[in-house]
Design a protein around this ligand. Structure first.
Ligand SMILES: [Zn+2]
Length: 314
C-alpha cells in the first residue's frame, strides 16, 4: 500500500497520494530513484492506487479487491513493463508497445506502461516514443524510471512530470566522512567507526587513483581495493560510495550544489580531464555494475571489469 511510503518518501508520497485521491494525474511520470531501494514497489503501489476501482469509496488504498490482487500477481493485462534489451531499450520494443496500446483497453479505464532504466532510451528509440508521450489517449499513463537523471534526454524530460525520490542517504554535511558513514552504517551497525572511515577513504582513493592511472589501476587492485572490500555488503557499499562521488562530480561540473563532496584538488583534477558526458557514462557503468552484484560475486573479476568498462570497454 502506498501508505507504507508516507514516512520514507514524504514529498513523493504527498504528490502521488493526491493524484490518486483527486484522480488528477499526469500522463507521463519520470521517477528519479536516487538509489531508493524500494522504488519499484512504491511506484507499483501508486499504480495500484490509480487503478483500484474501490479507491473512491475508501480513504486508504484497498490492496485487496480482485483488481488489486491481479495487479499484485503481475498478470494485469493493462500494465506493460519494458526493460532494456541488452545495452538499450530498442525502438522495436516501443513500437510493439504502441501498437498494442492503440487497441482499446480490455479491463478498467486506464492503461499504464512502465519503462525501466529509461536512461537506456537512446536518441533512436526515444524519437519513436516522443509523440506517444506527448499526445497520449486520455487513459494512457507513462511511467519512466531512472537511476540516472543526468542521462535522460532533454526531449523526454520536458514531456514528463519528474518525481524525485529522497536519497536513502542524507544530504550534505559539513563533514563528508560523517555523512557517508551514516549511510553505510545502515548496513553495518556493528562495525567500528574507524573501519568504516578507512573503507570510505579507500574507495575514494581508488577512484582518484583510477582517474589518474586508468588501465594501470588493474595492476594495483590487490593493493588498492581487495584488502579493504571483501564481503558482498562491503562491495555494495563501495559501489554506493562511488555512485555518490560521481554524482557530485557531475554536480560540480554543472556548477550545481553538491550532495556530499566538496571540491578539492583531486576533484578539480578529475573535472578538468572529464567532459560531462564522460562522467555520466562512468556513473552509468558503476550503477550497472552495482546492480549486477549477486550472491557469490567474484569481486576480482567485477573490479577488473569495472575498470575496463570505465575505460570504454576495450
Ligand atoms: Zn483495490
Amino acid at each position: 500500500m502506498i501508505e507504507e511510503y508516507q514516512e520514507k518518501q514524504p514529498i513523493a508520497y504527498k504528490i502521488l497520494k493526491n493524484a490518486i485521491l483527486n484522480d488528477e494525474y499526469s500522463h507521463a511520470y519520470l521517477f528519479e530513484t536516487n538509489g531508493f531501494y524500494e522504488s519499484f514497489n512504491f511506484i507499483m503501489a501508486f499504480i495500484k492506487g490509480l487503478l483500484c476501482p474501490e479507491k473512491k469509496t475508501k480513504k486508504e488504498n484497498c490492496n485487496n479487491c480482485h483488481q488489486c490482487e491481479v495487479i499484485e500477481s503481475g498478470n494485469f493485462p493493462e500494465i506493460k513493463i519494458i526493460n532494456p534489451d541488452g545495452m538499450w531499450i530498442k525502438k522495436q520494443q516501443l513500437q510493439e508497445l504502441q501498437k498494442e496500446f492503440n487497441e482499446k483497453a480490455l479491463i478498467g479505464t486506464k492503461r499504464i506502461y512502465i519503462i525501466n532504466h529509461a536512461e537506456k532510451l537512446n536518441k533512436h528509440s526515444a524519437n519513436s516514443i516522443l509523440k506517444f508521450l506527448e499526445e497520449p489517449d486520455n487513459d494512457i499513463i507513462a511511467i519512466l524510471i531512472t537511476d540516472n537523471i543526468f542521462s535522460i534526454l532533454e526531449t523526454i524530460k520536458s514531456r514528463c512530470q519528474t518525481i524525485r525520490f529522497k536519497e536513502s542517504l542524507q544530504i550534505k554535511d559539513a563533514n563528508e566522512i560523517e555523512t557517508i558513514k551514516r549511510i553505510i552504517k545502515l548496513n553495518h551497525e556493528e562495525e567500528l567507526d574507524e573501519t568504516i572511515e578507512t573503507k570510505i577513504k579507500k574507495v575514494i582513493e581508488f577512484i582518484n587513483y583510477y582517474e589518474k592511472n586508468h588501465l594501470n589501476t588493474l595492476i594495483y587492485t590487490n593493493k588498492l581495493w581487495h584488502p579493504y572490500i571483501k564481503t558482498k555488503e562491503e562491495l555494495i557499499d563501495a559501489f554506493e560510495i562511488m555512485i555518490l562521488y560521481y554524482k557530485d562530480l557531475i554536480n560540480l561540473k554543472l556548477k550545481k550544489e553538491t550532495e556530499i563532496f566538496n571540491s578539492n584538488k583531486e576533484i578539480e583534477n578529475i573535472l578538468e580531464k572529464n567532459k560531462i558526458k564522460e562522467l555520466c557514462d562512468k556513473l552509468n557503468i558503476i550503477i550497472e555494475k552495482k546492480n549486477s552484484i549477486k550472491y557469490n560475486v567474484n569481486a576480482n573479476l567485477l573490479i577488473d571489469k569495472l575498470i575496463i568498462d570505465l575505460e570504454g570497454g576495450i
